[in-house]
Design a protein around this ligand. Structure first.
Ligand code: HEM
Length: 446
């Protein structure tokens, strides 16, 4: 079997202590540095191409999207995650996407702005100056509350701790590649049983919420109402099973991603006082202590650049995976049906070919239309093409409003002896959380 230069074939899983498993980001950086833009990995008969060049990523994700489906890990977890937007394929996916798209339209999500700032305000009122907290944990609870309130209105509040815990079990379980390969899912191991229990609990909670909403026939103005009333072209609506799968998917996809974006942003601000001061100056001059609204966002360009730059350095979706369902050829290399593809956002976003001083946190780089000067897939935190994130406007609005609300009142000093280490699981999150001491900047508005 010929090797595919410039990348050699590496043992994908050369023992359980493989560098890919223990330090995936370091492994990918070395692979890109040593072998170039395409690297082929092999584990027994499974081949995966790592892609580090925007043009080749665009070729797979957009130009030849019909030849690829979602990657092995997501597919292997469909029995847990259900057949929601993230995992479904083909005509079924298209029908669901068309039905759900209106729920994420800018005009519709504009209604959620005040929910986002209310939740953030409530959180910061719970903090005392000088208090030591795990800020990542706080961001996880906040974004779960926001996605719960906007999806399910107030219904989810009392279930929030249980929902959060169960989602966490699922997130960790679905990303355990070793378990996926080594442990059949019917084996009653502790983790298999835990994951099944998490799905059962979440299903019960979501079903109860759907049933209550159907019984009351209310249009609560939230996503769930929209999904219940959404109609296909032939007038049919979603079944309870479909509603449940989509609801679980939105909880999973829309919760940790935004929380991680916020956590990395707080860390970068703490490490870069110049940027932090500039952010504070913009917030003071535009908002002067009041809670931001959606209409304020266009007048807060630096705040927006801070988020854009934070997602460049720490993209929550740090890699995007696909599986070839037809033979393809990529930059002269054959990609036979069954080959895996990983488009590695983490590497592309730090490539000096597209970014000056790529390791530096420089929100200013976005001031002069950088996006128009670099290849489309040199910056793709939400993906592009047919499977692009449906929640991208929702997430950007949420991240900017939460940042503007909290940064006016508090800044955070990282605690010594709590190193912040990126953990590339389903999303890129801080492995041991982000432990900080809070510092009140001004009195909360009355
Ligand atoms: C900063 C926050 C977020 C990031 C970085 C992010 C990133 C992504 C990426 C990269 C994809 C595409 C993956 C691919 O092509 O394989 C995706 C898909 C998706 N995201 Fe997001 N996301 C975020 C927030 C959200 C939110 C808030 C929601 C919903 C409330 C959401 C719901 C979804 C769904 C349902 C999909 C699947 C879309 C489809 O295949 O049709 N995401 N996300």
């Amino acid at each position: 079997m010929p090797l595919y230069p410039p990348g050699p074939e590496q043992g994908f899983f050369d023992g359980l202590r493989s560098p890919l498993r223990h330090d995936p980001l370091g492994f990918m950086s070395r692979a890109a540095h040593d072998y170039g833009d395409i690297v082929c990995l092999r584990f027994f008969n499974l081949r995966t191409y790592l892609l580090f060049h925007p043009d080749q990523i665009e070729d797979v994700i957009v130009n030849n999207a019909r030849k690829f489906i979602k990657g092995r890990i997501l597919r292997a977890n469909r029995h847990l995650l259900g057949n929601g937007l993230l995992t479904s394929e083909g005509d079924f996916w298209l029908r669901q996407r068309r039905m759900m798209q209106p729920a994420f339209h800018r005009t519709r999500i504009a209604n959620y702005a005040s929910t986002m700032t209310d939740c953030a305000t409530r959180l910061l009122h719970s903090w005392q100056p000088g208090q030591q907290i795990d800020l990542h944990d706080a961001m996880m609870r906040l974004t779960l509350q926001i996605v719960g309130k906007t999806l399910f209105h107030a219904d989810v509040e009392r279930d929030a701790p249980q929902v959060g815990e169960n989602l966490q079990v699922l997130l960790e379980y679905t990303m355990d590649f070793r378990r996926l390969l080594m442990t059949p899912r019917w084996l009653p191991t502790r983790r298999n049983r835990q994951a099944k229990r998490a799905v059962r609990d979440l299903t019960q909670i979501i079903d109860r919420i759907i049933q209550q909403r159907r019984d009351s026939n209310d249009d609560a103005g939230d996503l769930l109402s929209l999904l219940i009333h959404a109609q296909d072209e032939d007038g049919s609506r979603m079944t309870t099973q479909q509603l449940r799968d989509e609801a679980l998917t939105l909880f999973l996809a829309g919760h940790e991603t935004t929380a991680s974006t916020l956590s990395w942003t707080w860390m970068l601000l703490a490490q870069n006082p110049r940027v932090e001061q500039k952010l504070h100056a913009e917030l003071s001059s535009v908002l002067n202590g009041r809670t931001p609204t959606l209409d304020d966002l266009p007048r807060l360009p630096y705040t927006s650049h801070v988020i854009t730059e934070s997602m460049r350095l720490y993209p929550p979706a740090w890699a995007m995976a696909r599986l070839a369902i037809e033979d393809h050829s990529l930059a002269r290399y054959p990609v036979p049906k069954g080959t895996g593809i990983a488009a590695v956002t983490w590497i592309v976003h730090r490539d000096p070919r597209w970014y000056d001083n790529p390791e530096e946190f420089l929100p200013e780089r976005w001031q002069s239309d950088l996006l128009k000067k670099i290849p489309r897939f040199a910056y793709f935190p939400f993906g592009y093409g047919p499977r692009q994130c449906i929640g991208n406007s929702f997430a950007l609005m949420e991240a900017q409003l939460v940042l503007a609300t909290i940064a006016q009142q508090f800044r955070f000093t990282p605690l010594p002896n709590h190193p912040v280490i990126p953990l590339p699981s389903l999303t890129l999150r801080p492995r041991h959380g982000f432990h900080v001491q809070t510092e009140q900047r001004s009195s909360p508005p009355v």
